[in-house]
Design a protein around this ligand. Structure first.
Ligand code: PNW
Length: 497
């Protein structure tokens, strides 16, 4: 009881008064395949999403695809004006590899791809909005997938060739680069399947995802070192990676439960964070031990998790100027023997649950757990020596509507947890990105899961955009540097939270 009282008092006093630091930056995010459309215009090549949605449309819940999506390809000027209306400091986009290199290889550069991104970057810069650019957000050129995609170690070199072209053409205006978006979600989604399946929808369970991760880590480090050696001095930007992390809370304080939650966190989040951000580098020891143990049990001749050489470990360690962190939700973990391996799930050795009382999003996996955000921010600080963290995604899905109070509630609460982490826990967090700028193609969720601050009318040929209540609420936070729970923009009803 005493604890509860203290909690309530600190909540209202501390959260109510806290402000965002003066240099704190706010942005919104999208990714190429989810918004651009123009899938086959002006020389763009086919990527794995184009390929999958056209051949197997049933993989998308509502049978839709990203052929046109938000058609941002044809809305450059108007969208930049919307970003100005939101008042954001930066806009996080991704480059479509196959728009720039239609076959994936550098021997054929598509001039229209270069033109399109030049115009977008110029329009952003002219309007005082900093571009934050991901080099890869899941849309691999299909010809490279035909060669095994990220399970093929040669992909690291093909990636590097593409990345060099991006630095050369766009690096004068890009001060924030992101090599990869959420490698843990990408590799598991692409090669493991399951509920969060992603193109190319393969099911090489327990094997493919770790090969994918291995190549990605090397590709990431190569892209970092190239920037560092040849571009940083003249272009003066920062380069990092965006890692997705769900917070796993032990379902009780028993040793077994704590161990299960920790093992899962390390094997999912630490899979990429440990090699890059820890002092020692390499995969987390607990992950190496666990997969090696499971592989032995399953009669493999070696661990399904590939090994790095000592030279590779030090080549990868420290290759990020900031910690890009994507976060949406939390879950309880309990130890469990998952049969049917080899699989990532049986490697994890735990099962998950979420409290039905936590506010649920339209995506089955999202529930609002702001304290979990606070916990994982603290964990990052302690585990990796308090790196500079930029939240590169955070958001909540619903089924639509302009009066989106549940989204506002989510962002306010998560931002309060973030303020608490900065002011009371000493976490070094310098920016926040709302996912998403506008409703878009939510991968296998199609267009029915809406994350946008801006509504897009996917029926109108113009793809008409309308600001939701959350867009005004976000603008108010950016303007005032604080959260005002009673803020009600004109034309909207007051939210009852
Ligand atoms: C991210 N999870 O994926 C992606 O970066 C975006 O492209 C996507 O639209 C957005 O989040 C919303 O889904 C995630 O299970 C997928 O916690 C799954 C999780 C988190 C992020």
């Amino acid at each position: 009881m005493k604890h509860l009282l203290v909690l309530i008092i600190t909540n209202s006093l501390v959260f109510g008064e806290l402000q965002f630091p003066p240099n704190f930056k706010f942005g919104v995010a999208t990714s190429a395949y989810q918004v651009e459309g123009a899938w086959n215009l002006s020389g763009k090549g086919e990527n794995i999403w184009d390929y999958a949605v056209h051949r197997t449309p049933n993989v998308i819940q509502d049978g839709t695809n990203g052929d046109i999506a938000c058609d941002t390809y044809h809305h450059t000027e108007g969208d930049v004006q919307l970003l100005k209306q939101l008042g954001v400091n930066f806009y996080r986009i991704s480059l479509s590899w196959s728009r720039i290199l239609p076959t994936g290889f550098k021997n054929k550069i598509n001039p229209d791809g270069i033109r399109y991104y030049n115009e977008l970057l110029d329009a952003l810069t002219a309007n005082g909005i900093e571009p934050m650019v991901s080099l890869f957000h899941w849309d691999l050129p299909q010809p490279l997938q035909d060669l095994g995609g990220w399970t093929n170690p040669l992909m690291a070199d093909y990636f590097l060739e593409y990345v060099r072209i991006a630095y050369e053409n766009f690096g004068d205006r890009v001060k924030y680069w992101i090599t990869f978006n959420e490698p843990s979600v990408l590799c598991a989604g692409s090669y493991e399947g399951g509920l969060l399946a992603l193109a190319p929808f393969l099911k090489s369970r327990g094997v493919g995802l770790y090969l994918c991760g291995h190549t990605l880590l090397i590709a990431h480090a190569k892209a970092y070192h190239l920037y560092d050696k040849e571009f940083r001095k003249s272009q003066k930007g920062k380069i990092g990676i965006s890692l997705q992390g769900i917070w796993y809370e032990p379902s009780s304080s028993s040793k077994e439960n704590v161990q299960a939650a920790n093992q899962r966190l390390q094997m999912e989040f630490g899979w990429f964070a440990h090699p890059i951000f820890s002092k020692k580098g390499d995969y987390p020891p607990i992950m190496k031990e666990r997969i090696s143990f499971m592989s032995k049990q399953e009669n493999f001749s070696q661990s399904r998790l590939p090994e790095f050489t000592p030279a590779e470990i030090s080549y990868i360690r420290g290759t990020s100027d900031y910690f890009g962190f994507n976060h949406y939700t939390s879950a309880y973990a309990v130890p469990a023997n998952i049969s049917g391996g080899p699989s990532q799930d049986s490697d994890f050795g735990s099962s998950l649950s979420q409290d039905p009382l936590w506010e649920a999003g339209a995506s089955w996996w999202i529930r609002s757990v702001p304290w979990g955000f606070g916990n994982i921010l603290k964990w990052i600080k302690n585990e990796y020596g308090n790196p500079e963290v930029i939240i590169t995604e955070n958001g909540f899905s619903d089924k639509g509507g302009l009066q989106d109070c549940r989204r506002i509630n989510y962002h306010y609460k998560y931002l309060e947890a973030l303020l608490n982490a900065i002011h009371n826990e000493g976490c070094n967090i310098s920016g926040y990105t709302a996912w998403s700028f506008m409703d878009n193609f939510e991968w296998t969720g199609g267009y029915s899961k809406k994350f946008g601050l801006i509504r897009v009318d996917f029926v109108s040929p113009e793809r008409t955009r309308t600001l939701k209540m959350s867009a005004y609420a976000y603008r108010n936070i950016i303007e005032t540097k604080k959260i005002d729970w009673s803020f009600t923009p004109s034309g909207f009803e007051k939210c009852v939270f």
